[in-house]
Design a protein around this ligand. Structure first.
Ligand code: ATP
Ligand code: MG
Length: 488
């Protein structure tokens, strides 16, 4: 057994039992109360005689019971697979099989999905109510081993089939510590979790809550009006969001802003368009751009407050325990200013993908993990993310980054959403095509003109096609490779 730390839930309940752990709608629980509930559930689960070699899948919404289940599974030492409930039964069955899970714990709301899964794959399935009726068998795991796998979380599947990322207790621990060293930690901190718990963005908030001793305000479903009200109340100091959420919050914020206690809008998960960042700056919303992925157990690069004005558009610098390096195609470290693939290293980086020998071989070199994302560091070492390597368009030998064109299109008043992908071309190899969603029918001529004024001619899309909805995956991420289907 490698290095250990105290069981973080029991340690928290011991250190600060009366502090608030969780707030959901108009209920709240202290760490003491939460631990009582969790231990009771852990004793029930323990009667299933599962051990460290076992895996349990969780298909649940952002609700208090989900928080209890996650902690209870850590108490009995099994690995937890986080399932995205927006996926279909067959997508979920793939993840369940791939992870080797023997048990699935689910919300009653997903009974139909679970029935479909059970028709495809034999697995034990229980709701929380059923678990609570099991016989109880006591246990106490006083320590967590940092190198043991805690969770298995599948990547969003934006660039290919989702891969099961193994996250250790040490990964979560160092992710929480690293985040606090960059963002700071205050006595009045409270984190709003309106992102899914089944993603690392949500799960990492639960882990920070216990490690820091701060409350999580949990939202079952993101609601822009409720989120704005909470941020105006002074109760929340930090919120995690993706651009689409921020856009929706701004759309109903009118000329108001947030309470002075609100100190950090942690904005990540994908590129943050410059017009959005500028609007937040104008409204005095303290946005911290951040870059991270399932494989880095949440943030690995974050823009500190003192730099947010002068480095708009940058994802920032690495969290304290981690490092970043931009490398050439041959893996050579590149000087600041040059574009290449972003590689990362740190105690929050996964030990590898489950059952993916080839991906593991390709992704890890000398302790560095290749992210598949392209970018550069500026002269002061701030990271700018350009795009995903797999989405890069090479046209007549020139590199074209879809995100750059999408950002220009989004600057246009009438454009609500934009997606760009490369289409095969006999002369240029590939050319960019743009797909937009707009409030009303726009003049394509005018859009071409708009792009010509802002982009080098080889980057101007060869076609701009108006569609009703962009293709997105279960994580709401744009699937650029699926845009091709909208070409007539
Ligand atoms: P898959 O790996 O299966 O294709 P995915 O990469 O979308 O899916 P996640 O782990 O959820 O799965 O997302 C991480 C990715 O999101 C990063 O590798 C990066 O491409 C993108 N991303 C995250 N933060 C940012 C950011 N600040 N700017 C640009 N891109 C970002
Ligand atoms: Mg990825």
């Amino acid at each position: 057994m490698g290095e250990t730390i105290p069981n973080w839930l029991l340690q928290r309940a011991y250190l600060t039992p009366n502090r608030t752990a969780l707030v959901f709608e108009n209920q709240s629980w202290s760490f003491y109360q939460m631990t009582e509930i969790v231990m009771d559930m852990a004793f029930s689960l323990h009667s299933l005689e599962l051990s460290q070699s076992n895996t349990v899948a969780v298909l649940m919404k952002n609700r208090p019971e989900t928080v209890w289940v996650i902690h209870a599974l850590q108490q009995i030492g099994v690995k937890t697979v986080f399932l995205n409930h927006r996926l279909t039964a067959s997508e979920l069955t793939f993840q369940i099989k791939d992870s080797g899970a023997e048990v699935i714990i689910y919300d009653g709301d997903f009974l139909q999905t679970v029935e479909k899964i059970l028709s495809l794959y034999k697995i034990q399935a229980f709701t929380v109510d059923e678990i609570n009726r099991f016989d109880k068998k006591e246990l106490t795991e006083t320590e967590f081993s940092l190198d043991r796998v805690c969770s298995i979380m599948y990547t969003s599947g934006t660039t290919g089939k989702p891969k099961g990322v193994m996250q250790t207790y040490g990964n979560h621990w160092w992710s929480a510590i690293g985040s606090s060293l960059n963002l700071g930690l205050q006595a009045n901190d409270a984190w709003l979790c309106a992102v899914p718990i089944f993603h690392i963005s949500g799960m990492s908030i639960l882990m920070r809550s216990v490690i820091y001793g701060i409350p999580v305000y949990l939202m079952e479903q993101f609601d822009e009006k409720k989120a704005n009200t909470l941020l105006q109340s002074g109760k929340i100091t930090i919120m995690s969001a993706v651009s689409a959420m921020m856009n929706r919050m701004l759309a109903v914020l009118e000329d108001k802003t947030y309470h002075a206690n609100f100190r950090c809008m942690l904005l990540g998960g994908g590129p943050a368009p410059r017009p959005l960042l500028e609007e937040c700056l104008n409204k005095g919303i303290p946005v911290f751009q951040t870059y991270g992925m399932t494989e880095t157990s949440s943030q690995i690069v974050t823009l500190s407050p003192e730099d947010s004005l002068k480095k708009i558009g940058s994802a920032g610098k690495p969290i304290f325990p981690s490092q970043i390096k931009v490398v050439s195609n041959s893996g050579q470290s590149l000087p600041n200013g040059e574009f290449g693939e972003i590689t990362v290293k740190g105690p929050n980086v996964t030990i590898g993908y489950l059952n993916r020998e080839k991906a593991n071989e390709e992704s890890f070199q000398d302790g560095w993990f290749s992210t598949g994302d392209l970018g550069h560091l500026d002269e002061e070492g701030f990271l700018y993310i350009l795009d995903r390597r797999s989405d890069l368009i090479i046209s007549g030998g020139e590199n074209i980054y879809p995100a750059e064109i999408e950002e220009v299109l989004l600057e246009h008043d009438g454009v609500v959403e934009a997606g760009v992908t490369g289409v095969d071309d006999p002369i240029w190899g590939q050319v960019p095509y743009a797909f937009i969603v707009s409030k009303q029918v726009l003049s394509v001529e005018e859009l071409f003109h708009f792009c010509h004024e802002r982009l080098a001619s080889y980057k101007v899309p060869k076609q701009i096609i108006q569609i009703n909805e962009l293709p997105r995956n279960g994580s709401n991420k744009l699937m650029r490779r699926n845009l091709i289907q909208y070409i007539d």
